[in-house]
Design a protein around this ligand. Structure first.
Ligand code: SF4
Ligand code: SF4
Length: 433
């Protein structure tokens, strides 16, 4: 049978074979098609399309596996629901793998804990080998790797940008010596922001007010290689930060408000790169909640008068384990805080994860599949939705327009800065933006 296969088929089946382990067999064999995952998925709930039933997304992989790796499926494919690896199968794999937001809500509701996104990771690895991947995700991943290769070209640009931010930082903190150090050796904390001032200045205000010994990373935290499903490239993108942290000798790498970036650095990259980091990885909320608790920053809870709700980004909450620290901050700075229902590990995905917001042709799909999130927000009556993930914020902005929610979508750090009290001279750190 092997002799009948074309070279590209051999290559893709080689990828599947390389991923064959107990976890793969367990997931493929154990699914009883009970359908409990179907109602847990916002995409299926909004569209009713069978292709978007979580277990169905993995069904193509299961059938390919039977066709090429199970003795009975190889012998009598038609009897064992086995499927040929052809162009059509590749199309179906593409739709299954790259329209899932990776929220893993289906896993929470599956009686066997089957992680559909793990199976989709195998599908993505095959698609990567076939060169059949979303163009935008591939371009963004390659650009990040290229930046790591030519960092000297970017250093001057970043320094210029930071110089332009420091007068505002001093103004907002009332501290003439406030600064944004870049790549400072011996700093305790390395802060990894997103591209752009919006995630640098607010964090710099808090770090300076708290008297933290910190420095800013040369690199942005986002990692599109993760969404692409190319773990080799994703590890190369992450390695830029790991090498920088090691060279500076920091104790803690603090990841900005970005769900997938936190998950990659905290839970995935040590496995991908087969190393143990000599530093701790934290979400930005861990030090910030600690500063509040220790009284290193003071806040005025009366500055934010409107009702606030909080959207748990799937990669930070359900998949990253950070639930309480951002809530502790919001409770300290807003008197009227209302939880969404459900929340924490059962929170509905906003529909923007998995790299979907980076793909313009999926905008309508995202608007439709975000319906449950829009309803959840409307039910809180909140005027401000705080969420610590750029992808979520872009998606919630889209839902705000589409469903006429009349909300302000905000980063948690922006709200913290709005509420922060500058003690010397009691100068208010006014709202950003
Ligand atoms: S809930 Fe689990 S066992 Fe049931 S269909 Fe979904 S993945 Fe399969
Ligand atoms: S991970 Fe989320 S989007 Fe993907 S199939 Fe499961 S519930 Fe649906």
């Amino acid at each position: 049978m092997k002799g009948e296969l074309k070279e590209w088929q051999e290559k893709l089946l080689g990828v599947m074979k390389g991923r064959r382990n107990r976890q793969l067999l367990y997931y493929l064999e154990l699914c009883t098609r009970c359908g409990l995952c179907k109602d847990a998925c916002h995409i299926y709930r909004a569209t009713g399309r069978v292709e978007f039933v979580p277990s169905h997304r993995a069904e193509i992989l299961r059938r390919l596996y039977r066709r090429y790796f199970s003795p009975l499926g190889r012998l009598i494919p038609s009897l064992y629901e086995a499927r040929e690896l052809d162009e059509r199968a590749l199309e179906d794999l593409y739709e299954a793998a790259y329209t899932c937001t990776g929220c893993r809500r289906c896993m929470v509701y599956c009686p066997f804990g089957i992680d559909i996104t793990w199976l989709l990771g195998v599908e993505k690895a095959m698609l990567v080998a076939a060169g059949k991947v979303p163009e935008e995700l591939a371009m963004l991943t390659d650009a990040a790797i290229e930046k790591g290769n030519s960092i000297d070209l970017y250093r001057d640009l970043l320094q210029e940008q930071i110089k332009g931010l420091e007068p505002e930082l001093r103004e907002r903190t009332g501290m003439p010596g406030a600064s944004i150090p870049i790549g400072r050796k011996g700093a305790r904390v390395l802060y990894v922001a997103l591209a752009g001032a919006h995630s640098i200045l607010p964090a710099a205000i808090i770090f300076n007010l708290a008297g933290e010994d910190w420095t800013l990373s040369m690199f942005e935290s986002s990692n599109y290689g993760y969404f692409l499903g190319d773990t080799e490239k994703a590890a190369r993108v992450a390695e830029r930060i790991v090498s920088e942290a090691k060279a500076l000798g920091v104790e803690e790498v603090v990841i900005t408000e970005c769900g997938h970036a936190y998950r990659v650095m905290k839970h995935l990259d040590e496995v991908w790169s087969k190393q143990k980091f000599p530093f701790r990885v934290s979400s930005i909320f861990e030090p910030f909640a600690r500063y509040l608790k220790e009284g290193r920053i003071k806040v005025d809870p009366d500055r934010i008068a409107e009702r606030v709700t909080y959207h748990d980004p799937c990669q930070l909450g359900r998949n990253g384990g950070i639930f309480e620290e951002p809530r502790a901050i919001i409770r300290a700075i807003a008197r009227d805080f209302r939880e969404m229902n459900p929340n924490r590990e059962k929170n509905w995905c906003c529909g923007g994860g998995g790299g979907l917001v980076a793909q313009p042709d999926l905008e309508e799909f995202r608007a439709v599949t975000g319906r449950l999130k829009a309803e959840q927000i409307a039910a809180t009556g909140a005027k401000i939705v705080a969420t610590p993930c750029e992808n979520c914020r872009l998606q919630l902005d889209l839902l705000n327009q589409r469903y006429h929610l009349g909300i302000q979508v905000s980063a948690v750090t922006d709200l913290l800065v709005q509420a922060a009290v500058v003690e010397k001279g009691q100068k208010k750190a006014a709202a950003l933006g």
